[in-house]
Design a protein around this ligand. Structure first.
Ligand code: T4K
Length: 387
């Protein structure tokens, strides 16, 4: 790779791609393989593979301690964790959610016959706009699910105030926000409960996995029953339920990856600042800021391609893909524009102007410990030559 690229150097002009291997958004962060293997050896020795085994119990305890919360109820993935939390809270009718989120936030509701009502976001934070939320409250509304998008806290206090005023429940989709804080307190402690995803692509993963974290004893107990078919002991089912259990091998991965969190954050922080340097001064390009007074996991490097940018968002994506940089358009085109929802609410976009704007502008760039500053220099050079 030459220090200064020209447009002719880009793969779209027939030049070889900048990278031999694809740079992904969401490359899994993996802790000590040795430690993982010894957990797995012990698991095989004990022949205990699932159903609230010792590794899951240890994992739950460590996560709860790490977040400073009373209960962590580990699950098989974040989507089932959302579904169980929604049921445990007794939500029904309509629930207000952002459209600018991963589709699972909306699906977890509609899958259970609850109508997701999409509220617009604040274009500065990409999180729910409380004014837009209040506008969507109807007599059928039972709750609000805020999403801490990109790990940056939703407007927790404002959403709670709206909920209190209208007698609604608040919970959070914290899939992106493990290890992040709000006003100095770890996310996991807000609303009735908060739901994490530990999917492979997340900052902190258990292969597949998720958890509901709460400080409410009764709610935690209900969710423990629900994730295990409602069993309260041998042959004794006392609650409707499903199979939402985390398996032992996933908990082993979680225990190992908990030990690696600080080094992953350090790599993500380093990369974030390298992108900030490499992209500085480019017209119409804004790197989404993180509040340095809060704890951040820096898992998502998000740029907005504004109107003043001489190239479009899609041209940037297309060029990066040609160079083997698999940048993503998360969460385009917004849940309300996806087939299952578009059919039911064809005019939802009229109420979601900021969602449409941001969904058309965002590019998410690769980061994590497998990406270094040299690679970022090349990625940002590719973007620079387009300008
Ligand atoms: N709420 C929110 C706000 C969420 O973002 C999510 C999940 C959920 C709820 C639901 O939680 P889970 O039920 O998933 O626990 C990915 C993830 O599958 C999804 O978990 C995540 N959000 C979402 C933001 O990203 P896709 O469709 O982008 O995945 P995919 O297959 O394109 O993979 C992304 C990139 O990662 C690819 O370039 C390949 C790379 N990759 C992926 C895997 C699985 C690897 O390099 N290795 C791997 O093992 O959804």
């Amino acid at each position: 790779m030459k220090a200064i690229l020209s447009k002719q150097d880009l793969a779209i002009n027939g030049a070889p791609a900048a990278f031999d291997q694809v740079l992904h958004v969401g490359r899994p962060n993996i802790g000590s393989r040795e430690a993982f293997n010894s957990y797995v050896d012990a698991m095989f020795e004990s022949r205990w593979l699932s159903n609230n085994g010792p590794l899951v119990q240890a994992f739950e305890q460590r996560v709860a301690n790490y977040l400073g919360a009373k209960h962590c109820v580990a699950m098989c993935n974040g989507t089932v964790a959302l579904e169980i939390a929604i049921r445990a809270l007794g939500l029904q009718g309509e629930v207000i959610v952002p459209s600018y989120t991963f589709i699972a936030t909306a699906h977890a509701l509609s899958w259970q016959g609850i109508t997701p009502v999409f509220a617009d976001i604040d274009p500065l934070t990409h999180n729910l706009d409380p004014v837009a939320v209040e506008r969507m409250v109807t007599p059928r509304t039972t709750g609000i699910i805020g999403v801490h998008l990109w790990g940056r806290a939703a407007p927790v206090e404002d959403l709670q105030a709206i909920a209190d005023k209208h007698g609604l429940q608040v919970m959070f989709d914290a899939a992106h926000a493990f290890s992040c804080s709000h006003h100095g307190q770890k996310i996991g402690n807000f609303g009735r409960c908060e739901v994490f995803s530990f999917h492979a692509t997340k900052f902190f993963n258990t292969f597949e996995g998720g958890a509901v974290v709460t400080n409410d004893d009764e709610l935690a107990e209900t969710m423990r029953l629900m994730r295990n078919f409602g069993f309260a002991g041998l042959d004794n089912v006392i609650h409707p339920g499903t199979n939402g259990k985390m398996i032992e091998v996933a908990a082993a991965m979680g225990l190992v990856n908990l030990d690696a969190i600080d080094s992953v954050i350090a790599a993500n922080r380093r990369n974030y600042h390298a992108y900030a340097t490499g992209l500085s001064g480019l017209p119409g390009l804004t790197l989404l800021p993180y509040d340095e007074d809060e704890q951040n996991n820096f898992q998502y490097v998000v740029i907005e391609v504004g109107e003043e940018c001489p190239v479009s968002r899609d041209q940037i994506i297309q060029t990066l893909h040609a160079e083997n940089v698999l940048a993503r358009k998360y969460f385009w085109p917004g849940c309300h524009n996806m087939k299952p929802y578009r059919e039911f609410y064809p005019h939802a976009g009229l109420l979601l102007p900021q969602t449409q704007l941001i969904a058309d502008q965002v590019v998410v760039l690769p980061t994590g410990p497998t990406i270094d500053e040299f690679m970022i220099d090349i990625v940002t050079s590719i973007i620079r030559v387009l300008m």
